[in-house]
Design a protein around this ligand. Sequence first.
Ligand SMILES: [Zn+2]
Length: 323
Amino acid sequence: MVRFEESSITFPYKRSLGPVIGAFMTALTEKKILGIRNGDGVLVPPMEWDPATGAELSRELIEVGPAGTIQSWTWVPDPTEQHPLDRPFAFAFIRLDGASTPLLHAVDAGSPGAMADGMRVAPRWKGKRIGHITDIACFVPGEESEVVGPDLGPAAEPVEMMDYLASIAYRNPVPPSSDLVVDASRQHRLVGFRCPVCGRTYAGGRGICPIDSLELDEQHVVDLPPTGTITNFVIVTPVQYPGQTETEPFARVFVLLDGTDVVLSYQPVVELPVQDVAVGVRVSAVWASAAEETEGNPYGSLIGWIPNGEPNVDDPDLVNRIF
Ligand SMILES: [Zn+2]
């Protein structure tokens, strides 16, 4: 029975909208949908350039809809969290009245049997509109627009920027060797796996010897010493991106464990100021106290490495030990 761990990664973007999409988004807060004149046609959503020729369009914005006609559609029976509705719905190409191109949006019709090409739909607006395509919660069958909840009115200022969250959710299998190393760490033990063929020891829960293509498990566990020597380091100056919790430069060090061939990479340090980090510094493992354990670090209880007071090791070969 394989255990899986769910993770997600999110990239928050802010983008400027420009004069045309900005006007489109601002109009959405007023419950209006704008297109742009392109020769005899009207493009919806509006664009700054003709998509066929690349020619810049004159900024003649035209209100369309709000009702329109479904040109084609596809049913989404199992929406994910990324979808606009949390119940089954259709994605449809909707040609709004007065437009010559279709707008892609969601239609809340209840069932695929209620959907048809040529069907008339109108927007269901959100009560609170921020200048985003999701100000239209979805389209609904019929000619009449509707508003969800109290209508909080249009935006006070023209909409010029848009927040966008690009996000991925994924599931990774967790190998038993990884759980074993974390469990040992909770008991304040560093363990590795020793390959019975080549004798190499692997740390960090790597349950395989890539040299011998051999799976390693609990019978190959060896205890590793909680002391070592810094062989390499990097000082990270944190960039203040969203979600960054570090504000001051900090170190990550590589530690060669005593009497072994094992190098632990990118380890945090404790009570070792950035300016004192150096190759050859002798360090010992620092473990979380019982009180600190409640935070439930998924990687175990090792907090980092602290100088243990022993004299530095002067060995020019140390810097070559990055693995
Ligand atoms: Zn091996």
